[in-house]
Design a protein around this ligand. Structure first.
Ligand SMILES: [Ca+2]
Length: 77
């Protein structure tokens, strides 16, 4: 399924979770996880240009790092 070129405007509601979203999120996650530890530390988040307040919000279990499930909630939704 492809979106027509003239309808680039997608509302948040229309963006369903699909494979390409997931792949993009995974790529971003891996890019931010600079040491390949499998989670994004506060330092990695900041050095990627992330807002510390967003980090706090996304770190739902307050572990001090974002794992992929925490990240994917923000990325895919
Ligand atoms: Ca890491």
């Amino acid at each position: 399924m492809e979106y027509p070129l003239n309808s680039q405007e997608k509302s948040k509601e229309e963006q369903s979770t699909n494979i390409s979203d997931f792949d993009e999120c995974e790529e971003l996650f891996n890019a931010m996880d600079q040491d390949g530890s499998g989670d994004i530390s506060g330092e990695e988040w900041s050095s990627a240009g992330g807002d510390p307040d967003d980090f706090q919000t996304l770190d739902t279990d307050q572990s001090g790092s974002l794992d992929f499930s925490e990240w994917s909630i923000a990325c895919i939704d």
